[in-house]
Design a protein around this ligand. Structure first.
Ligand code: NAD
Length: 263
C-alpha cells in the first residue's frame, strides 16, 4: 500500500527519542520531509543527522522546550521556513511526573497542564494557518491509554491528558469541514528509553531483576508483552497518511489489548 507521504512536510514534537523519534523515522522512511524537536540542541542535531543518514530523507532539528510558551511558534515557523509549508503536525511531550494525589504537590498540576495540554494547544494554534494551506493536512496528538483507563500512581497523566483527548475530538468537529483530519493515539506500554529506565529503577527499588519488573507490567496485557516503538510509529504514520483519509476524530489505543472496556 502506498501511503502517499512522499515530500509530505511533517513536524513531530518531542522526537529526539522514544515514540516521537520512532514516528519521525517512519515518516522519513516513507519519503516525508521531517522536522524533529527536543530540548537539547546538540543531542537533537545528532538525532537529525542519524535519521537523515539512515533514511536518506531531509530531516531538520528544531530545538526547544514545548512547555515554554514561546517555543511552539518558533518551532512551527522553523519548519515552515525550511519546507515552504506544513502538512502534518504530531504533538508530543515528555510525560508528567508519576505520583498519587497525596504525593503530588499543587504546583505540579499547573506544570503538567503546561507540558501536556498547552504544548499541544500552542503547537496546533501556530500550525493551523499553514495546515489550512495544505491539501493533505493532518494533526495527530500522542496521549496515553490513561485517558480511557487510569493507571495507578499516575494521577497527573490520568487527569490532564484527558483534556488532550477532548481537544482532539473537538478539533475533529471544528476542522473536519476544512479537510483537516485530527486523531490521537493512546499508547500502552512501549519499550522506549524512558520505560527501560523505569524498569531499571523498579528492579533496583524492589530488589528484583529487570525481567521480573517487566513481567509485573505485562501480565495484564493480552498480547503478553510491551510494544516496540516501531509498532506505535507505523500506526501513527498510517493515521497521518492519505491511506487513512476517512479516519477522523479517532482516539486509537495501540496497547496490545490492555484497555478492557468495550467503548
Ligand atoms: P521518552 O522519554 O523516551 O521520549 C520523550 C522525548 O520527548 C525525548 O526525545 C525528550 O527529549 C523529548 N521531550 C521531553 N519533554 C520535552 C519538552 N518539554 N519539549 C521538547 N521535547 C521534550 O518518552 P516516550 O516513552 O517516547 O513517551 C512520549 C510520551 O508518550 C510521553 O508523554 C509519555 O508519557 C507518553 N506515553 C508513553 C508510553 C510508553 O510506554 N512509552 C505510554 C503511554 C504514554
Amino acid at each position: 500500500m502506498d501511503l502517499g507521504l512522499k515530500e509530505t512536510r511533517v513536524l513531530v514534537a518531542a522526537s529526539s527519542r522514544g515514540l516521537g523519534r520512532a514516528t519521525a523515522r517512519q515518516f522519513a522512511l516513507e519519503g516525508a520531509r521531517v522536522a524533529i524537536n527536543g530540548r537539547d540542541p546538540s543531542d537533537l542535531e545528532g538525532t537529525a543527522a542519524e535519521l537523515s543518514k539512515d533514511t536518506g530523507a531531509d530531516v531538520i532539528a528544531l530545538p526547544g522546550d514545548v512547555a515554554d510558551p514561546r517555543v511552539a511558534e518558533a518551532v512551527v515557523q522553523g519548519a515552515v521556513e525550511h519546507f515552504g509549508g506544513l502538512d502534518v503536525l504530531v504533538t508530543n511531550a515528555g510525560g508528567p511526573p508519576a505520583g498519587t494525589f497525596e504525593s503530588t504537590p499543587l504546583d505540579a498540576w499547573e506544570e503538567a497542564f503546561q507540558l501536556t495540554v498547552m504544548s499541544a494547544v500552542r503547537l496546533i494554534h501556530a500550525a493551523l494557518p499553514h495546515l489550512r494551506q495544505s491539501d493533505r493536512a493532518a494533526i495527530l496528538t500522542i496521549t496515553s491509554t490513561s485517558i480511557k483507563q487510569p493507571i495507578d500512581s499516575l494521577i497527573l497523566s490520568n487527569s490532564v491528558r484527558m483534556a488532550v483527548g477532548g481537544l482532539t475530538k473537538s478539533l475533529a468537529a471544528e476542522l473536519g469541514p476544512e479537510g483537516i483530519r485530527v486523531n490521537s493515539i493512546l499508547p500502552g506500554w512501549t519499550r522506549t528509553g524512558r520505560v527501560e529506565e523505569l524498569l531499571q529503577a523498579q528492579s533496583e527499588a524492589r530488589g528484583i531483576t529487570v525481567a521480573e519488573a517487566l513481567q509485573t507490567r505485562t501480565t495484564s496485557i493480552p498480547l503478553g508483552r510491551m510494544a516496540d516503538p516501531e509498532e506505535f510509529a507505523r500506526v501513527a504514520v498510517f493515521l497521518c497518511s492519505s491511506a487513512a483519509s476517512y479516519v477522523h476524530g479517532v482516539l486509537l489505543p495501540v496497547d496490545g489489548g490492555s484497555i478492557k472496556a468495550t467503548l
